[in-house]
Design a protein around this ligand. Structure first.
Ligand SMILES: NC(=O)c1ccc[n+]([C@@H]2O[C@H](COP(=O)([O-])OP(=O)(O)OC[C@H]3O[C@@H](n4cnc5c(N)ncnc54)[C@H](OP(=O)(O)O)[C@@H]3O)[C@@H](O)[C@H]2O)c1
Length: 368
């Protein structure tokens, strides 16, 4: 039997990387998992039989070592500053190691003049990775992950409120994919480059949901009424500064504010949902309620309890008394490259043209 190719998974402790590595191991592929540190997530990778590579993903020396003997790779820049640096390091090391196929995690919003520096860096990273014809690439263009809503699940569980700055509660604006479904598209492309090289996929959940419908799904999963509250950008900044869910840095908050504006403008609703999860993986995408139910089952702290309610009220008071920081000043203090005339996606004619359903290159087959 021919040996299976070795696959490097970057950001392997992250939301999609962990699932990609575990799904590849379930298919008996040799996997090298690039992680920053050993912890409960690396224990899962270890138990699944992945080879652990502990290092710094932004260091070319470490990335060169991680790429040794690898034939395919998952390129996943962390949601953090210096994404373009990561992408340049990854691309240089992949070309040197003569990697045959890369699956890159891009963004649905990726566009040349986007207001978000992170997004413009993704756009540049997409160009870099595709520059050499001897290495094939599959691009996975994801919109707003389902996981983003779960950051505020604690407040929903204990205070009955789903608080995010998503605009009108009745407008259906996103069909959010689970980390597992995004990973299943990545894994499909990594394990079958012959079918997926040169293609672009956009994994989504099965249906567009409004913020009110998201709150209702949370309520059903949590067994209590949950109400959507459209908060201001200022309140979002206070909450992220006070609670730092998912270790959001100040820099990441500046970009999340821009992505929230794209959400309110409806960019994630454009041409959603897609059939890409089914076409590549052969299974139907997971419904949002089922994603929340899994999270609730995994986290006993989400069950209603007096200590839980007291903790949530404490967090709420902390948010109210936290001073927000100025988003523009935070970007300027970091010397972020600023454009004189940035364009949100739907105002950008090139983005609108290239994100039509007919322009997207999807797989022509369905896996049984
Ligand atoms: N969230 C969304 O809605 C969304 C939408 C579209 C596209 N995206 C794209 O998704 C990508 C992020 O993917 P993700 O959410 O799966 O990743 P993620 O959860 O942000 O994980 C990134 C991982 O990288 C690790 N890491 C950070 N710095 C490192 C270093 N110096 N050396 C080694 N490891 C390091 C982190 O380790 P620790 O956990 O140990 O800190 C973390 O596990 C971004 O490129 C973003 O553009 C996200």
């Amino acid at each position: 039997m021919p040996t299976k190719p070795k696959i490097l998974v970057t950001s392997a402790s992250g939301k999609t990387g962990l699932q990609v590595a575990l799904q590849l191991k379930a298919k008996a592929y040799p996997v090298r998992a690039f992680i920053r540190q050993r912890d409960h997530r690396s224990d899962m990778l270890d138990r699944a039989g992945a080879e652990l590579f502990v290092g710094d993903q932004y260091s070319l020396s470490d990335m060169r070592k991680a790429m040794k003997g690898v034939q395919r790779a998952y390129q996943c820049a962390p949601t953090a500053p210096n994404g373009l640096h990561f992408n340049a390091v990854f691309t240089a090391a992949a070309y040197e190691a003569k990697v045959e196929h890369v699956v890159t995690l891009s963004q649905w919003l990726s566009s040349v003049d986007h207001p978000s520096l992170f997004t413009r860096e993704v756009y540049l990273g997409d160009i870099l990775i595709g520059m050499r014809p001897e290495m094939s690439v599959t691009t996975v263009n994801v919109g707003w992950f389902a996981e983003n809503y779960l950051m505020v699940l604690g407040m929903a569980a204990h205070l009955g409120q789903f608080t995010m700055p998503l605009g009108d509660g009745d407008v259906k604006k996103n069909a959010a994919p689970s980390n597992e479904d995004i990973a299943s598209v990545v894994v499909g492309a990594l394990t079958d480059p012959a079918h997926h090289a040169g293609k672009t996929y956009r994994p989504t959940g099965p249906t567009l949901l409004s913020p009110n419908e998201i709150a209702e799904a949370m309520g059903r999963a949590l067994g209590r009424r949950v109400r959507y509250v459209d908060i201001s950008e200022r309140m979002m900044v206070k909450a992220l500064k006070a609670l730092r869910p998912a270790n959001y840095s100040e820099a990441a908050v500046t970009q999340l504010a821009i992505y929230s504006e794209e959400y309110r403008r409806g960019a994630f609703a454009v041409n959603a949902p897609t059939e890409d999860v089914f076409q590549v993986s052969g299974h139907e995408p997971e419904a949002f309620e089922s994603i929340v139910r899994r999270k609730v089952a995994d986290q006993p702290g989400l069950a209603r309890s007096l200590p839980g309610s007291i903790g949530a009220i404490g967090s709420f008071l902390k948010i109210l008394t936290t001073r927000p920081f100025d988003l523009d000043r935070a970007q300027m203090q970091r010397d972020y490259v600023q454009l004189s005339s940035p364009s949100y996606c739907q105002d950008d004619a090139a983005w609108a043209e290239s994100h039509q359903p007919t322009a997207r290159k999807t797989a022509p087959m369905r896996v049984a």
